[in-house]
Design a binder for this molecule. Structure first.
Ligand SMILES: Cc1cc2nc3c(=O)[nH]c(=O)nc-3n(C[C@H](O)[C@H](O)[C@H](O)COP(=O)(O)OP(=O)(O)OC[C@H]3O[C@@H](n4cnc5c(N)ncnc54)[C@H](O)[C@@H]3O)c2cc1C
Length: 321
């Protein structure tokens, strides 16, 4: 019996969301009086043994060329083999894009109960109950899982990464890998940007900016805060900004520590993707804008005056000329 954590990588580097899953999985193992083990598929550029500082004792590494490109079906089959070998009774994923693609497949394959979107450690006092977000973060549900094997997909940014000390034993895993059914013909990467789903700080703007030519002040603020850029849906639909920046119900769901919304009204469909942010700051010239009801801090004012002043003040605070 063990707790197995899927360690998601990008270009061989462990994603921050996986560090959260590792810390969380190690804590679950402690609760259950067992050990935590990790699994990495494909080539790894990071020192895997050092992941022991997040509480895992062992890392299974299936370093097979066929696993270098993500394929949910192939990954699921390999993870099922690792789960069987390690005798995993709890399997932890980050509820990120890859986690969302694999966890339900693995759940069906292993006949394991799945809680996706978990936000807290399981209650193991009487059974096994996991708290998760429902209705786009408007409410919580406590899900009791009674299957022999349990799968938890942890919401990004819902659990703090804690690094201690120690190294993990890295064991090569000789997996039977199917030929991929999906062929990746090309990858187009956005460079020099903070990835939206991993960002601690997000600066987002909406139709209140009037047009794409005014985004300079938004970008300036984002750069000063080392933040990722986001936008409301109409902005992406109008091609003012690229679609990968669109957040909300039909866009990317995020949970940064700080979300700054500029000239965004705060429609329910927008809030659905951002209301898990820890602190929300709203800048809007309309004091009646619905977003103020969800805000921790609000500035009623014209974005074209407020945003440059804010950037200037932050630069001064940071000692940037
Ligand atoms: C099925 C469905 C799914 C949807 N999914 C999404 C989604 O995923 N994400 C999303 O964002 N929307 C989504 N929408 C659209 C959503 O309902 C809203 O229409 C949209 O969020 C509004 O975008 P906005 O706030 O940028 O624009 P607006 O509603 O036009 O608001 C602009 C705001 O800017 C303020 N403003 C104007 N000028 C200034 C200024 N100079 N300074 C400061 N403030 C100013 C205004 O007071 C106003 O509050 C969806 C809608 C539907 C029906």
């Amino acid at each position: 019996m063990s707790v197995l954590i899927f360690i998601d990588t990008a270009d061989g580097h462990v994603k921050k969301a996986s560090l959260e899953a590792l810390t969380y999985g190690a804590k679950v193992a402690e609760q259950l009086g067992t050990t935590a083990e990790g699994v990495v598929l494909g080539a790894a550029g990071d020192d895997l043994a050092s992941l022991g500082k997040y509480g895992v004792k062992k890392i299974h590494h299936a370093n097979n060329d066929a696993l270098n490109a993500f394929d949910a079906q192939v990954y699921t089959k390999v993870l099922a083999q690792v789960a069987e070998t390690s005798g995993a009774k709890v399997i932890v994923f980050s509820n990120n894009v890859n986690g969302k693609a694999i966890a339900p497949r693995l759940s069906a394959r292993l006949k394991a109960g799945l809680v996706s979107g978990a936000v807290a450690l399981p209650d193991t006092g009487n059974g096994f109950t996991v708290k998760k977000n429902v209705f786009s973060g408007k409410a919580f549900a406590n899900i009791a899982v009674s299957s022999d094997i349990k799968i938890i997909a942890l919401n990004p940014n819902a659990y703090q990464v804690i690094a201690g000390e120690g190294n993990a034993e890295v064991v090569a895993f000789n997996a039977t890998v199917d030929a991929p059914k999906v062929k990746v013909t090309g990858v187009k990467k956005a460079s020099g940007e903070v990835p939206l789903t991993e960002a601690e700080v997000v600066v987002s703007a909406g139709r209140g900016m009037k047009g794409p030519e005014h985004w300079g002040i938004v970008e300036d603020l984002a750069k000063t805060l080392h933040a990722a850029l986001a936008c409301s849906r109409p902005v992406a639909d109008a091609h003012w900004r690229p679609h990968h920046e669109h957040v909300g119900q039909t866009g990317v769901a995020i949970a940064p520590n700080l979300y700054i919304a500029i000239g965004i009204s705060g429609a329910i469909q927008h809030l659905a993707g951002v209301n898990r942010s820890k602190v929300i700051v709203v800048i809007n010239k309309d004091p009646e804008a619905p977003f103020f009801k969800a805000a921790d801090y609000g500035i009623v004012g014209d974005a074209f005056e407020v945003v440059p002043k804010m950037t200037e003040a932050i630069k001064k605070l940071k000692g940037i000329a």
